[in-house]
Ligand binder design. Structure first.
Ligand SMILES: Cc1cc2nc3c(=O)[nH]c(=O)nc-3n(C[C@H](O)[C@H](O)[C@H](O)COP(=O)(O)O)c2cc1C
Length: 141
């Protein structure tokens, strides 16, 4: 069975909930970790890594994930398959909607990761996006 590691940053719990829904819907052995508890081994041992964060401030990466983002490098990610996800709000922040997802994807690509798909952006309430989250999960493995 494939090994998938999901690393997320979430302030009010929305991206955490998305990460849990992804875990439930991916047919793989899944390790789930908050970015503040993530370690190198869980990335090295995974066939696919999902990196997720919400966007705060004005187009900024959620705080816990920002610290992880700063540590992302070639040594960690070169040649690894990576997909990205995150929560945001397009009504209130149309110009920087889910910008964290874009920033994480760009940094992972710069670090030599193979980016899988466009990623998943969850707009507003998680409950309104469950079927899109399930479809994204199923598209990955
Ligand atoms: C002060 C504040 C700033 C925010 N800034 C952005 C933003 O720049 N872009 C965006 O798409 N969403 C923004 N949001 C919406 C959050 O990303 C959204 O509520 C998200 O679901 C939070 O996810 P979390 O609970 O995983 O942290 C902001 C929300 C607040 C309250």
């Amino acid at each position: 069975m494939k090994k998938v590691t999901i690393i997320y940053g979430s302030t009010t719990g929305n991206t955490e909930r998305v990460a849990e829904l992804l875990k439930s819907n991916i047919a793989a052995e899944v390790t789930l970790a908050d970015a503040s508890n993530a370690d190198k081994e869980m990335v090295q041992s995974a066939d696919l890594i999902l990196l997720g964060a919400s966007t705060w401030g004005y187009g900024e990466i959620q705080d816990d994930f920002q610290a992880y983002y700063d540590l992302m490098n070639e040594d960690l990610l070169k040649g690894k398959d990576v997909a990205v996800f995150g929560c945001g709000n397009s009504d209130d922040f149309p110009d920087v909607y889910c910008e964290a997802v874009n920033l994480i994807k760009d940094k992972a690509a710069e670090c030599g990761a193979n980016i899988i798909g466009e990623g998943l952006k969850v707009d507003g309430e998680v409950d309104d996006n469950v079927s899109a989250i399930e479809s994204f999960a199923k598209s990955l493995v």
